[in-house]
Design a protein around this ligand. Structure first.
Ligand SMILES: [Zn+2]
Length: 95
């Protein structure tokens, strides 16, 4: 059982090509934001999803797929949003 909602300080994701092969990805990579992630998205076999490594109870690390719900400039904005939407953030990952 892993956390469903996670906040991670990370660069915005533009596309699957990544910073090496895409100019827009390189631009996005410069700017870190707080991303609210749903790590238990609706199963969709056709969608290529990005993955994230999470530490679960007991210190075990697992890779999970995720959807980005929204990006925020600060933790205050994250809290405001999650309180309004009644979302319980279970893990905050600062890099
Ligand atoms: Zn890109």
């Amino acid at each position: 059982m892993t956390a469903q909602y996670v906040v991670k300080k990370m660069a915005k994701i533009h596309c699957a090509k990544g910073p090496k092969n895409c100019k827009k990805c390189r631009e996005y990579a410069k700017e870190k934001r707080y991303a609210l992630l749903d790590t238990n998205p609706q199963e969709n076999e056709m969608a290529a999803r990005p993955m994230i490594e999470l530490e679960v109870e007991g210190g075990e690390k697992v890779w999970v797929t995720f959807d980005v719900i929204a990006y925020f400039e600060s933790m205050d904005e994250v809290k405001e949003y999650t309180t309004k939407k009644d979302i319980e953030v279970e893990q905050i990952i600062e890099e």
